[in-house]
Design a protein around this ligand. Structure first.
Ligand SMILES: Cc1cc2nc3c(=O)[nH]c(=O)nc-3n(C[C@H](O)[C@H](O)[C@H](O)COP(=O)(O)OP(=O)(O)OC[C@H]3O[C@@H](n4cnc5c(N)ncnc54)[C@H](O)[C@@H]3O)c2cc1C
Length: 163
């Protein structure tokens, strides 16, 4: 069981990151719990190398740079982020809530759901082992890297884009 916090934020995307910062600004304690292994939500998982043109104060900014700055801003308050933790249930216990993941229990006085479009998982087509065994990757985290010879099987490259 973890230490109780004022606010537990489900989701470490841009909404959850800014919520974490703002909790600190208001003197509350907070923590983020996210299914993914890294912060940033859709920006990190789906389009880190894409420019965003509609964030106030920036003519344009790469998604990964916005996540970097949001993370730095939130880090001022040293709140923990628990990654790779999929929230399964919300319980009540002794007058507070408990957020339950696969492995942990997070006691909290309030819950902020910043889960966006939900947790990501491979779709049925891409889950097929025949595709995975041929070098399929999820996400676009390495879009600017030149493809390694290992990924250029038979001179063919496959990109699928889903939402
Ligand atoms: C290709 C693409 C391009 C886009 N371009 C733009 C753009 O240019 N400008 C713009 O304004 N918007 C754009 N968007 C939309 C923008 O990305 C979303 O509006 C934004 O990511 C929402 O942020 P969020 O923090 O609310 O949710 P998300 O980014 O979806 O983050 C939610 C987080 O919650 C986590 N989560 C969900 N369920 C659970 C659970 N049960 N347990 C634990 N964690 C959980 C997820 O893992 C995820 O990390 C684009 C979207 C896509 C797909």
């Amino acid at each position: 069981m973890h230490e109780i916090k004022d606010i537990t934020i489900i989701g470490g995307g841009p909404t959850g990151l800014f919520a974490s910062f703002y909790a600190g600004m208001r003197g509350a304690t907070a923590q983020i719990v996210d299914t993914l292994p890294q912060l940033g939500g859709q920006l990190t998982a789906l389009y880190p190398e894409k420019y965003i043109f509609d964030v106030a104060g920036f003519a344009k900014i790469l998604a990964k740079d916005l996540v970097r700055d949001l993370t730095e801003q939130a880090a001022q308050f040293n709140f923990p982020s628990y990654l790779g933790q999929h929230v399964q249930a919300l319980e009540e216990e002794d007058g507070h809530f408990v957020i339950v993941t696969d492995t942990d229990r997070f006691p909290t006085r309030s819950v902020l759901i910043a889960a966006g479009i939900g947790a990501f998982s491979p779709d049925a087509t891409c889950s097929s082992s025949s595709v995975l065994s041929r070098g399929a990757l999820y996400g676009a985290l390495r879009i600017r890297e030149p493809p390694s010879p290992r990924r250029q099987r038979g001179g063919q490259r496959l990109i699928t884009v889903n939402r």
